[in-house]
Write a protein of this length. Structure first.
Length: 96
């Protein structure tokens, strides 16, 4: 599993999108990182490929779930059995 690496964001003027959308789109897909789009020299938008956006949302959801688990542990709640949980996850993956 790949460890978290902070994004090294490119910065592009808005004219890049207007004048050469295909190249801009290709850059978004190749880098899989957000690109800051400027307007009149100031940051205006952040653009990324749909796939990169979906991965970002998945990481965010996972972080929220892990936070919930940490809270449950600190509250002394009963932990789920590992073998049972793993079997349930495996079945969900196989059924998908």
């Amino acid at each position: 599993m790949k460890s978290y690496e902070p994004f090294a964001m490119d910065i592009k003027p808005s004219s890049t999108i207007r004048h050469d959308y295909n190249t801009f789109s290709k850059l978004c897909h190749e880098t899989q990182a957000p690109i800051i789009v400027t307007k009149n020299g100031e940051a205006d938008l952040v653009v990324m490929s749909y796939e990169a956006f979906q991965k970002m949302l998945a990481r965010q959801r996972l972080g929220m779930m892990l936070s919930d688990v940490d809270r449950e542990i600190s509250e002394g709640k009963q932990l789920r059995d590992f073998e049972e949980t793993f079997a349930t996850l495996k079945k969900r993956i196989e059924d998908a």
